[in-house]
Design a protein around this ligand. Structure first.
Ligand SMILES: *[C@@H]1O[C@H](CO)[C@@H](O)[C@H](O)[C@H]1NC(C)=O
Ligand SMILES: *[C@@H]1O[C@H](CO)[C@@H](O)[C@H](O)[C@H]1NC(C)=O
Ligand SMILES: *[C@@H]1O[C@H](CO)[C@@H](O)[C@H](O)[C@H]1NC(C)=O
Length: 447
């Protein structure tokens, strides 16, 4: 009886609260605020096993999950948006129909500044289920009492990354409650997984150099398009610049639209003031920036991943040694929890999203280009890349040691591999070549 009650209780609010103010496809273009669940290939279990091979090691690099905005952002939105709401209702010239207006009238901020940067419940669930799926896929890999020696989990020393690591571990060891130590590092010296914040060469020449990403400055076509977007936004609000600062309104409403979805998949009433063209334009602008900072334009964006690439190289060798020597004290599973800047630059080092020509002068004038580098699919919340090593039967036609790489749970081909079924030796050669061009991250980053 109670069970039935709970089921009904769970179903009811969903059917009542469902409000499709905009199409859900909107949320696939939110760049680094894109919901992982809209992008990832979560149903993929088949590619994680090969009948003639067994899994012998896994290396996983993961960005933290959906989180609340920071203190200033929350305070600004909470102060600005209720006033804008009242003005919209007072002037009564907006695009909203009667029932939408009623909805806006009831709208109040749901996030308080103390929640800054914490994972949302939805974000927690997302990364916990990633952990659980990873366990289901790898359950024969770690099946042994010496488990604590075989598993290494490390996070940058931030609440949102540590929380992400904890949730992932909770999912991974769901059926097997074990205390796993999550290492966290001194962020002042974390050249392994927090290098973009420490790399002086990157910070000086790219991150804080106005001219480094000139593609963002040169093309005033972008600003004229953005101006048009803001005009359309203003028309939809039915509020002009006499009553509000349109630039701030544009920014705040857009953020609220993004965040309400990441809190619990709410399709926010604030999304209604934007059209898809605007969302795609903002995405394109962000892609230009990210491609410049973390893509192929500057060598340092790859060289600063030196220590992490070396770590991958050593881990793959360790997985192999662990199998060959039957030594169950060696590492078989490593997971690192980090930030988008680390993840995106590392993905570039692996050749993911490579688009050397996509952002050239000819193409740049059209944000509709079919570009490889799309932050929304490369780096949504909880974005991750996993390297799974297999040992195959001697008499199979497969390479002896075979590697598969998964980006957001999708099998991908990366640089250094002929195909998605990658011969480990070939890939190790590639990594060795890569690391021969750099001594260490610290060294590469010296000015
Ligand atoms: C108002 O818009 C909503 C979508 O946001 C729609 O479902 C509803 O039918 C509209 N109501 C009227 C009266 O047009
Ligand atoms: C708002 O405008 C609509 C027509 O555009 C009108 O039907 C409605 O009564 C107005 N509401 C208020 C509160 O003035
Ligand atoms: C992590 O940060 C906390 C407080 O921010 C600090 O007390 C702790 O020493 C840090 N841990 C490491 C390993 O640096």
């Amino acid at each position: 009886m109670i069970k039935i009650f709970i089921v009904i209780f769970l179903l009811l609010p969903i059917s009542i609260e469902e409000n499709a103010f905009v199409d859900e496809s909107f949320f696939k273009y939110m760049t680094s605020k894109t919901d992982y669940n809209l992008i990832a290939n979560k149903k993929n279990f088949q590619d994680y096993s090969i009948s003639e091979c067994k899994t012998i090691g896994f290396w996983h690099l993961i960005r933290y999950s959906a989180n609340y905005p920071n203190f200033e952002e929350i305070s600004e939105m909470n102060e600005f948006l209720p006033k804008l709401r009242d003005t919209i209702i007072l002037l009564n010239q907006s695009i909203l129909n009667e029932s939408e207006l009623k909805f806006l009238n009831k709208w109040t901020p749901r996030v308080s500044p103390e929640m800054e940067n914490l994972l949302t419940d939805y974000g927690s669930e997302t990364i916990k289920s990633l952990g659980l799926r990873t366990w289901v896929r790898l359950k024969y890999l770690i099946f042994n009492t010496r488990i604590s020696k075989q598993v290494k989990i490390r996070s940058t020393n931030f609440t949102r990354t540590i929380e992400s690591a904890q949730k992932y571990v909770e999912g991974f060891f769901h059926f097997w409650p074990l205390k796993i130590n999550i290492e966290s590092s001194d962020i002042e010296n974390d050249y392994l997984i927090k290098y973009p914040d420490l790399c002086e060469k990157y910070l000086t020449y790219i991150n804080s150099n106005q001219n480094a990403c000139s593609e963002l400055l040169y093309f005033d076509f972008m600003s004229s398009k953005l101006r048009n977007s803001k005009r359309r936004f203003q028309d939809r609000l039915g509020v002009n610049s006499f009553y509000t600062n349109i630039n701030i309104a544009f920014e705040m409403a857009f953020k609220m639209c993004q965040y309400e979805y990441l809190i619990d998949k709410t399709i926010s009433i604030w999304c209604k003031f934007f059209d898809l063209e605007t969302i795609k334009l903002l995405e394109y602008k962000d892609d230009l920036k990210n491609n410049c900072k973390y893509g192929y334009k500057y060598e340092i964006s790859r060289l600063m991943t030196c220590d992490l690439v070396k770590n991958l190289l050593e881990s793959l060798k360790t997985f192999k040694r662990s199998y060959e020597t039957n030594d169950d004290t060696l590492n078989k599973f490593t997971a690192y929890f980090t930030h988008s800047s680390t993840l995106m630059s590392f993905l570039s080092s692996m050749g993911i999203g490579k688009s050397e020509d996509n952002f050239d002068y000819e193409n740049i004038l059209s944000e509709n280009i079919n570009r490889e580098f799309k932050t929304s699919s490369i780096n949504p919340t909880s974005s991750n890349i996993g390297f799974l090593l297999f040992k195959c039967d001697e008499n199979s036609k497969k390479p002896n040691y075979l590697l598969r790489v998964f980006h957001n749970e999708r099998l991908v081909k990366i640089d250094g591999c002929q195909s998605t079924d990658c011969n480990l030796n070939e890939f190790l050669n590639y990594l060795t070549f890569f690391t021969s061009t750099c001594k260490s991250t610290k060294e590469s980053c010296k000015i």
